[in-house]
Write a protein that binds this ligand. Sequence first.
Ligand code: URA
Length: 203
Amino acid sequence: MNTDKRKLLEQIRADILSENICPDLAKQATNLVMGVGSIDADVMFVGEAPGRDEDKQGEPFVGAAGRVLNQALVNNQLERADVYITNIVKYRPPNNRDPEPEEKRAFWPFLLQEIKTIGPKLIVPLGRHSMGYFLPEESISKAHGRVKNVEITKDKGQKQLIAVMPIYHPAATIYNRQLKADFEADFAKIKEIINQITKKEEK
Ligand code: URA
């Protein structure tokens, strides 16, 4: 089963390369930054796009924002290796500019494949860029910390409901105390939400 998941993840990477997704971004990037963590994770964090450190190291959330995320994981007795961390856009946009709508659109089907492969119980979009694709009608200031069941279209038009709780992007919390407080309060809900979903599944 796990070998299958690893093969599927490897295939997603191969497809992004062979389909030449966002060639302009690819040209400037050092690495295609795929997700990391447990392939059986209950929670999947989705950021917007790699920054400079991520591009260099080929791993999501290893720079300043990653340190905030790592600390929040530690504070909540979660191991980085036990969760799954990825981005919607998988190449660094030049000069850390925001990802363009068409870049997010181009990478979205691959994120769906990743979600389908990992099968998390809860998706936590980090910030408005990744939230926008799950909850297009929402604003992050209103939607953060609230769980919504979102219909995700999988292969062959099959639909699945999945719990989604957006939180502020870790980078946004570095210089803003209010956002940091909200981020920490929202993060502290993650384990309980997963417990509740697990209990429902067992019934
Ligand atoms: N910000 C993101 O959204 N993703 C990363 O991987 C790093 C910073």
